[in-house]
Design a protein around this ligand. Structure first.
Ligand SMILES: Cc1ncc(COP(=O)(O)O)c(C=O)c1O
Length: 379
């Protein structure tokens, strides 16, 4: 028997009381029973997104909401800027190009945050640009983007700011209305501590205006139709009902904790993990580390194959599941996530398994060094 512990960037662990909701009898969605539950979700989502705008619930993963953003806001031939700081930024470019939207792409060095000056230059060179699409936190590299600077720039140039906050909302502060974001997105399997299957998206009034003139074909993801339907606590199509009832529970847990406490807890876990990595002699990969996950380079003496073995041994021998790098970063970095239903003791478990694994692979480890650094951070 093995006990598995998820320290992955989604899905994250699900609290026991949320899991228990999935064992309840299903309700029908075209009933007042559903509407009462859905209203609670809507209210708590507005609290989480820090917006007065409706936050729409879509039955999809996060990519569905990214796709919906492009098809609902743009027309064929429209020009946008996409920030490709990793796999998820690259996804914005791919979605735009798939629909005939012309993406001027900024490719950022892996592990670096985008320089707002580069965006400004590209905006000046391409005056017909309608929007900047970016990540709040690029999960493939563990990098925090300069969100507020990008949004300010968008306002200055009168273009839409479209933020993939899939690994940001509920983890660190991204106040949609205060900062003036036009689109903010997240997904259920991240900070919301639910299984994958729901995406959440909020649009500013400016973004809805753009939606009204969008000419790209759309059917399943029609955000204006969803807005009108969800104003009556109904979704346009059959929603993932069980996930919605689970969200009642998980969002209430977040609300009970409070936003500031939530963000502070994530900051602390990130600081502890970074300290543990440094204490173990591991180099941080990102030059702008995100509070969502800590990315570290595998020891310089390791081959790519050895690097890949770290996550394999941690999972197979110790039941601790972290993620490695994707694509060109496979076998070169480790991604240790600390968000959602995660606490100090999960970090301690994860670092313990990392110490044992590195030792097994021939890296010199004084047992307890990383764990000690975690505990000292919390002391
Ligand atoms: C920043 C970011 N954007 C987009 C996605 C894609 O979301 P999904 O896998 O839910 O479609 C992810 C998933 O990890 C992500 O971390």
């Amino acid at each position: 028997m093995k006990k598995y512990r998820l320290l992955t960037p989604g899905p994250t662990a699900i609290p026991e009381n949320v899991l228990a909701k999935f064992a309840e009898p299903i309700i029908h969605h075209r009933t007042s029973l559903f509407e009462v539950q859905f209203k609670k979700v809507q209210d708590n989502l507005q609290w989480l997104f820090q917006t007065k705008q409706p936050v729409l619930t879509l039955t999809a993963t996060g990519t569905g909401a990214m796709d919906a953003t492009v098809t609902n806001l743009f027309s064929p031939g429209d020009e946008v800027i996409t920030v490709n700081g990793g796999k998820f930024g690259e996804r914005w470019t791919k979605i735009c190009r798939a629909y005939g939207v012309k993406a001027h792409e900024i490719v950022v060095d892996r592990g670096a945050a985008v320089d707002a000056v580069a965006i400004e230059k590209l905006l000046s060179a391409n005056p017909h640009t309608k929007a900047v699409l970016f990540q709040a936190s690029e999960t493939s590299t563990g990098t925090l983007m300069p969100i507020q600077k990008i949004v300010e720039l968008c306002h200055k140039k009168n273009v839409l700011s479209i933020c993939d906050g899939i690994t940001a909302v509920g983890i660190f502060n991204v106040p949609m209305d205060d900062w003036g974001l036009d689109v903010l997105i997240t997904g259920s399997q991240k900070a919301l501590m639910l299984p994958p299957g729901l995406a959440f998206i909020s649009l500013s009034e400016r973004a809805y205006k753009a939606a009204e003139s969008s000419k790209l074909p759309k059917f399943y993801f029609n955000l204006i139709k969803e807005r009108d339907s969800q104003a009556k606590q109904q979704t346009a199509w059959t929603p993932a009902i069980s996930l919605v009832t689970g969200a009642v529970e998980s969002l209430q847990m977040l609300r009970d904790q409070g936003r500031e406490a939530l963000f502070a807890a994530h900051e602390k876990m990130a600081e502890a993990t970074r300290n543990a990595a440094r204490a173990l002699g591991l180099e941080l990969f990102s030059s702008a580390p995100s509070p969502v996950l800590t990315t570290v380079k595998v020891p310089a003496s390791f081959s790519v194959d050895q690097g890949k073995k770290i996550t394999k041994i941690m999972q197979e021998k110790y039941g601790v599941i972290i993620t490695g790098g994707q694509d060109e970063l496979a076998g070169k970095i480790l991604r240790f996530s600390h968000f959602g239903y995660t606490d100090l003791f999960d970090i301690v478990n994860g670092i313990s398994a990392l110490e044992l694994t590195l030792h097994e692979l021939g890296y010199q480890v004084e047992f307890g060094t990383g764990v000690g650094a975690v505990l000292k951070t919390y002391q």
